[in-house]
Design a protein around this ligand. Sequence first.
Ligand code: HSE
Length: 346
Amino acid sequence: MTHKVALLGFGVVGQGFVEILEERGDFISDLLNEEIKIVAISDIKKGSLYHPEGLNLSKLIETVSQTGSLDAYPDTSGLIRGWDSFQTIQESNADTVVEITFTDVKTGQPAIDHCKLAFKNKKNVVMSNKGPVSLAYQELAELAKTNGVRWGVEGTVMSGTPSLRMPIVSLVGNNITEIRGILNGTTNYILTKMEEGLSYTEALVEAQSLGYAEADPISDIEGYDAQYKITILANLIMNIPIKREGVERKGISHLTQQDIQWAKSEGKRWKLIAECSKNGDEVVTKVGPRAIPINDPLAGVMGVQNAITYNCDLAGQITLIGPGAGKNETGFSILIDLINIIRGQL
Ligand code: HSE
């Protein structure tokens, strides 16, 4: 058996996913009794390829790493070039569309339209793109359900760290009354470096040079990125149908060395905390800097790491710590959703 996949976008995440598939393909086929094949890639800058029998993974990696484009991928009988994303969704034989195009969190497009078209064409979607999930979760989840297909979004919060699957699968049956998390690596890195004596600007420049920050770092620093992620958690984990505009938000750009030193003297530490709590009908969702006590499980999470604490009525307080970004980590998030789709467990 074969599970056929089309990639929309072939940036860092897509390349990471293809590299993992190339390296672990045999293990995955043995595990699932089914082979995952990439039949199509459509990238607005790098070009597009489609072959109904599957593309050659090592040639894909070699071509893109050597030339930065897919144009030099060798011609084979049956190969089609030049399809745009919508044609790829509609005309390819893919069972699952992996949506990893550029994230536009203001409009969620074109990713929202990609999801709609894929669902209407009875194709599953897997994505690490936060836009559609934080802007249109209820509508898209309903559309996937109506069309009898699956929608995997593990990579949208904390990349390959199972921030969504762990509560949904392993903590099912609990009433999760509160989620508090450090959901943005860039701001956590800046706050850590400020504690080490760097100024806010020096720390930001370092975070950008290490590739942690979003293309527009305002999204990290002013708390928008964390706002999108807590919106996703509220919808998926706590079943709160909130939209991102409903989440109160404040960033860290106003924090100074003086604030950092004050927190230290009080036995506290600044963290950008995204939180969501439910008490009967009362729902609170917000993002902002908090000086938290040093013995809070989130206070020890330093550098670019992310973490979430889930308050469960049966299992107690559980904290998950792990990476929130990265080529392998996000590539893995795509793989784990695909594995669960193939197993019928998503
Ligand atoms: N810019 C994000 C962060 C990347 O710093 O956490 C992952 O969404």
